[in-house]
Ligand binder design. Structure first.
Ligand code: CMC
Length: 436
């Protein structure tokens, strides 16, 4: 962190002594005011529910400029990575700080590939779930269960152990997601096939059966790989902050990632892709494009409780760059599959057009986010709607583990422990039962 020449001065209207607060500059983005000594010097906390103005850490991994609609992984624009790299290159970049050269690339691909199988016991664990359990409930359990297989061999303070935990997680997530799907479909699990690409192997584990050969469609493979790249990291979002907070106690890294999976499930975060597709299907069932105007009126009515899912973002106050790339992929996939006239895609584009011209959305700077189009792509590929967020979890695992490892490697890291403004009852005495 580079100190700024400027200092902030905090003064109080009751005449208490003022306090100078240091300011630090990042490489890009807003400066931060360092309030770490605030409580010691003033006896006061800051109040910032939802972390609207609080940087919880410093990080070198991902940068978002929400006003410009810009997303950088380790300084590289997402648009360039999505076109020039594959998901495993992106994983390498997020974990190690730069893109791999040819030999680093081969070595990394081989290391991940060597870890794609999961312990055979995992399938017995899976069997404990109801067949109709939500895949995110299953994934929270399965990822948490991985900690039982790698507990004694994982010393979180050992950088090599942290690295192998990262590789294991990246390698095993597709296997676990596909197993969760096969379990719900009542089909046999397909073991990983290591001569396929990361996305190709996932497609085969999802869609192949032992009865027939399976050929990976390269357009769909590339689309899936792009979904993974676009979801790989997104700085200090709710699930990443959950992983950091959970991991800050020194817990098993697989358990910390399971906490991230649990957080991602919510409809305001990773669950938005599922919620968005359900919304599109509902509008379609109730009259389609002709009913879009009526639906938008409900969205704008605060008493209706209806939101335009896949729209709006805490950080982006401009078009989410991932949504642009996803819309492009949507075209490619629908063309490849002969679904150019897909009614949900038409509906989504109509909703987007109306929203981008409507004062309600313009005034609040609400734009489509990545989830607006990712559901349509996934549905066309044949991924069941309930599994969408599990695909997001698969892709985000690298971001979570890169952020967790960055935190643990920081010599200054402390257990995360927010403060509060207590507004409950003051101290009082317990009365005997007869007097209450
Ligand atoms: N539809 C209608 N109104 C909205 C929407 C929406 N999707 N999003 C925000 N608003 C309104 C909100 O009611 C508020 O209006 P007002 O100022 O009149 O009270 C204003 O816009 C600001 O919204 P906010 O809820 O204060 O913003 P936030 O930063 O707390 O919430 C959000 C961000 C993503 C939770 C929210 O935009 C939302 O719920 N969107 C729909 C869910 C969604 O698509 N989530 C995926 C996010 S991207 C994937 C990921 O990274 O997880």
């Amino acid at each position: 962190m580079t100190p700024s020449d400027v200092k902030a001065t905090l003064s109080f209207s009751d005449g208490s002594a003022s306090m100078d607060l240091p300011i630090y500059k990042g490489t890009i983005g807003p400066d931060v005011i360092d309030i770490r000594k605030l409580y010691a010097q003033t006896g006061k906390f800051t109040y910032d529910p939802g972390f609207l103005s609080t940087s919880s850490c410093n990080s070198t991994i991902t940068y978002i400029d929400g006003d410009k609609g810009e997303l950088l992984y380790r300084g590289y624009p997402i648009e360039q990575l999505a076109v020039n790299c594959d998901y495993l290159d992106t994983c390498y970049l997020l974990l190690y700080g730069d893109l791999p050269n040819e030999s680093q690339r081969q070595d990394f691909h081989a290391r991940v590939t060597n870890h794609t199988m999961v312990n055979e016991q995992m399938q017995f664990f899976l069997r404990g779930f109801r067949r109709d359990a939500h895949p995110m409930a299953i994934m929270t359990g399965l990822v948490g269960a991985l900690s039982a297989f790698y507990h004694d061999s994982t010393d979180i303070n050992n950088p090599q152990h942290r690295e192998i935990a990262a590789i294991r997680l990246i390698a095993k997530m597709p296997t676990l997601v596909a197993m969760a799907y096969k379990y719900s479909a009542g089909q046999p699990y397909m073991y990983p096939k290591n001569d396929l690409s990361y996305a190709g192997n996932f497609m085969r584990m999802m869609f192949a059966t032992p009865c027939e050969d399976y050929k990976v469609n390269p357009v769909i493979e590339r689309a899936l790989d792009r979904i993974f790249i676009l979801h790989a990291d997104h700085e200090q979002n709710a699930s990443t902050s959950t992983v950091r907070l959970c991991g800050s106690s020194g817990t098993n890294p697989f358990a910390a990632i399971a906490a991230g999976v649990a957080c991602l499930w919510g409809p305001a975060h990773g669950g938005a892709n599922e919620a968005c597709l359900n919304m599109l299907e509902e509008i379609q069932a109730n009259g389609g494009v002709a009913k879009v105007g009526e639906f938008m009126e409900k969205v704008k009515d605060k008493n209706s409780g209806v939101k335009l899912m896949g729209f709006g973002h805490r950080v982006y106050k401009n078009y989410d760059p991932r949504a642009k790339l996803m819309r492009e992929t949507c075209h490619e996939v629908l063309n490849e599959l002969g679904l150019q006239n897909d009614p949900l895609f038409k509906l989504a584009m109509e909703l987007e057009k109306i929203a981008l011209e409507d004062d309600y959305f313009v005034a609040r700077k609400l734009y489509p986010n990545v989830d607006f189009y990712s559901g349509i792509v996934q549905r066309a590929i044949g991924i069941p709607v309930q599994l969408f967020t599990a695909i997001f979890a698969l892709a985000r695992t690298v971001g979570w583990i890169a952020q967790l490892n960055e935190m643990i490697a920081d010599p200054e890291y402390k257990i995360g422990r927010p403060r509060q403004l207590y507004v409950g009852a003051a101290q009082r005495d317990v009365k005997p039962l007869s007097e209450r």
